[in-house]
Write a protein that binds this ligand. Structure first.
Ligand code: NAI
Length: 266
């Protein structure tokens, strides 16, 4: 029996992933602010440390997989959004890394990023770099300089871009690939969950979210994203390392057809 931990297991994509993994006889430790084996607020340093300690305790110090799904989106306080989405992801990845190295021959991590990383214009590098430097003070100062309500969308996208860059930068390292841990990220597009409904119901963000172009038609479902996550938690992912898997109905391809992948010069 494998044991995995899922943050944000109480709703949406996390809950769908939990159900699917349990149907495959995987033992799931849920971490959420409510309705989970481990109830902790990942928006605070204390909550994150408690979540890590309790997970290690419940898993006996050895994990076979981790999905970092807990997150919030617009409308939400931008600093708290950054704290939950970025620091709540990064600190759990770091805090549970050693237990993943002790898991099955290969263990698997899926960080939940977003296609907002590539379809949101004007994400300040300074904000993303401050996140990656774990410099909450500078990140907070950059956020103070963002004034319009629409800027909340930038805070969200920056938190998810930091997650994606962390995965790219760390997955191939000795600490991760070298220890048999496959670290990858999924970047969903608009998926119909309570989080998306909340954005749609907002007078500022609702119209933009509702009119996001989705070439395949409608919003995606959490069950469909759960299937991709399940595959990325399986030996099918043995040759994946630092991959960003976009499952977004084509929004990114439509908006940025020529921007990436990019060639480079030496
Ligand atoms: P959801 O709202 O259904 O689930 C999010 C879960 O995170 C909830 O169970 C919630 O209680 C938990 N959570 C929120 N704040 C927390 C905190 N401070 N501490 C611990 N747990 C907390 O949302 P959904 O859509 O399932 O989102 C899951 C992830 O997918 C998020 O990271 C989100 O940013 C990402 N995502 C969602 C997309 C969508 O369109 N629904 C698109 C792209 C990414």
């Amino acid at each position: 029996m494998s044991t995995i931990a899922i943050t944000g297991s109480g709703s949406g994509i996390g809950a769908a992933t939990r159900e699917l993994m349990e149907s495959q006889a995987v033992d799931v430790i849920g971490i959420d602010i409510q309705n989970a084996e481990i109830e902790a607020d990942l928006g605070t340093p204390e909550g994150r440390q408690r979540a890590i300690a309790s997970t290690l305790d419940m898993a006996g110090g050895k994990l076979d997989g981790l999905v970092t799904c807990a997150g919030v989106s617009v409308p939400f306080d931008p600093k708290l959004m950054l704290s939950i989405n970025w620091f709540g992801t990064m600190e759990l990845l770091e805090g549970l890394k050693d237990s993943l190295a002790k898991g099955n021959e290969n263990s698997y991590v899926v960080a939940v990023s977003s296609n907002s990383t590539t379809i949101t214009p004007n994400i300040p590098d300074e904000l993303v770099n401050a996140c990656l430097d774990r410099d909450e003070q500078t990140a907070s100062e950059v956020l103070d300089g963002l004034e319009s309500p629409q800027d909340m969308a930038i805070a969200y996208a920056a938190s998810k871009l930091a997650v994606a860059r962390y995965v790219r930068m760390n997955a191939p390292s000795e600490d991760w690939a070298g220890n048999g841990i496959r670290l990858n990220a999924i970047c969903p597009g608009a998926i119909m969950t309570p989080l998306l409904k909340n954005s749609i119901n907002d007078p500022v963000f609702g119209p933009a979210v509702e009119h996001l172009p989705i070439p395949v038609g409608d919003f995606g479902s959490p069950d469909l994203i759960a299937k991709w996550i399940a595959m990325m938690l399986s030996p099918a992912a043995d040759f994946m390392c630092g991959s960003l898997v976009y499952v977004d109905g084509g929004s990114d391809a439509l908006i940025r057809p020529n921007d990436w992948p990019r060639s480079f010069s030496i």
